[in-house]
Design a protein around this ligand. Structure first.
Ligand code: GLU
Length: 413
């Protein structure tokens, strides 16, 4: 497999070809404005010193301040962060947000760090990026293995360095610190909203469909919860310990209770156990990859039996796999739309922080639904018109065009 950033550049090239974008502009759209890598040093609980590699990639801010999450992961790489920052750019553009794209991360295994070590690591990272972030510069948010607590620590460090309150400098914060109650569920909810729209277009009734969800983190869990609420039968789940399957359906509540008690899905009883790879190729209507990138490749794309792929994760499908899936008539709801609920929710939170307004949960969820439904509709209309390009390429045409137009208007060629 090529690197995620190579994949991200191929996606831009293919949209740029269709849009007739000039060579110099294309070159600018294929590299981050700034890529910062640095050591984050902390003291461990045993008094020893430790250093971790940290990154922040600011990809493009033609539409507004850079925006994107921070991941803590042992397999993090500079290339992945670059790709993720590009995807954030297209995600914000596609959904019409006045925001650019960024991503950050630390190479670390958070499961091996204590709560106080994580606090020191988050604060040390925040200190390192203080100069380049801010409510009108770059606004980080949670991502893989980070959460509202991480944001609280980072905000505290940031504000103590700049000596000013700046709640709009981070999103996905705890409600007590200016976060919004709706934000935590937004990404998973968005997966379900976009799936609902896809089902409508394919004339499938939720009650007659089944779903498999790969990944049981923040995205996968809420996708499962709201799929069930919509009447979709969830028949398969997985986490890093393994996969569980039952064609009759497995209740989300039971899976969650088991995960909370045992910490892993692999020990659940009364279900069929299998590898994560074989879960992806089981018979179902909706396959929702909700973990990491590079899961659906040309190796398994021929084997996938779903009618719809709902990309809760960022970059789960490779470009080669996309081509196979398109030929096979499988509709892929691309990550930049499917999981955009998170950043749309972040945008709401950031706007509220900047204006001092506070929305009810009802208003928040209604607006989330409306932004995603309208974005889906816009892409689908163009998709039906264009015929020979897949749903992701169509989304990229819209997303890349908006950024390229903004670049041109600014005289950035
Ligand atoms: N980490 C989420 C994403 O990949 C949310 C980013 C944000 O809210 O800035 O879209």
């Amino acid at each position: 497999m090529t690197s995620p950033f190579e994949e991200a550049k191929r996606q831009v090239d293919s949209a740029a070809d269709k849009l007739g974008i000039s060579k110099p502009m294309r070159a600018r759209l294929k590299k981050p404005d700034l890529f910062y890598s640095f050591w984050v040093r902390i003291r461990l609980d045993n008094r020893r010193r430790a250093k971790f590699m940290g990154f922040r990639s600011q990809y493009n801010n033609a539409l507004g301040p850079y925006k994107g999450g921070i991941r803590f992961h042992p397999d993090e790489t500079a290339e992945t962060i670059r790709a993720l920052s590009a995807w954030m750019t297209w995600k914000c553009s596609l959904t019409g947000l006045p925001l650019g794209g960024a991503k950050g991360g630390i190479i670390c295994d958070p499961s091996k760090l204590s709560e106080s070590e994580l606090e020191r690591l988050s604060k040390a990272y925040s200190k390192k990026i203080t100069k380049i972030i801010g409510p009108w510069k770059d606004i980080p948010a949670p991502d893989v293995y980070t959460n509202s607590q991480t944001m609280a620590w980072m905000l505290e460090e940031y504000e103590s360095v700049i000596k000013t309150s700046a709640p709009g400098a981070f999103t996905g914060k705890p409600v007590e610190l200016g976060g919004h109650a709706g934000r935590h569920e937004s990404t998973g909810k968005g997966v379900v909203i976009t799936t609902r729209e896809a089902l409508k277009r394919l004339r499938l009734k939720p009650r007659q469909t089944s779903a498999i969800i790969q990944g049981f983190g923040n995205v996968g869990q809420f996708a499962a919860k709201y799929y069930e609420e919509l009447g979709i039968k969830v028949i398969g789940y997985s986490d890093s310990s393994g996969a569980i399957f039952n064609s009759k359906g497995i209740k989300f509540k039971e899976v969650l209770a088991h995960k909370k008690k045992e910490g892993k899905l692999a020990t659940m009883t009364g279900v069929k156990h299998m590898s994560n790879d074989s879960l992806l190729t089981q018979k179902c209507d909706i396959l929702a990859p909700c973990a990491l990138e590079g899961i659906i490749t040309r190796k398994n794309a021929f084997e996938i039996k779903a009618k719809i792929i709902a990309e809760g994760a960022n970059g789960p499908t490779t470009v080669d796999a996309d081509k196979i899936l398109f030929k096979r008539g499988i509709l892929v709801i691309p990550d930049i739309l499917c999981n955009a609920g998170g950043v749309i929710g972040s945008y709401f939170e950031w706007s509220m922080n900047n204006t001092g307004e506070y929305w009810t949960l009802n208003k928040y969820n209604k607006n989330l639904d409306s932004v995603l439904t309208k974005s889906f509709d816009k892409i689908y209309k163009l998709y039906e018109k264009e015929k020979n390009i897949d749903f992701r390429e169509t989304a990229y045409m819209i997303a890349v065009k908006r950024v390229a137009d903004a670049m041109r208007l600014r005289g950035r060629q």
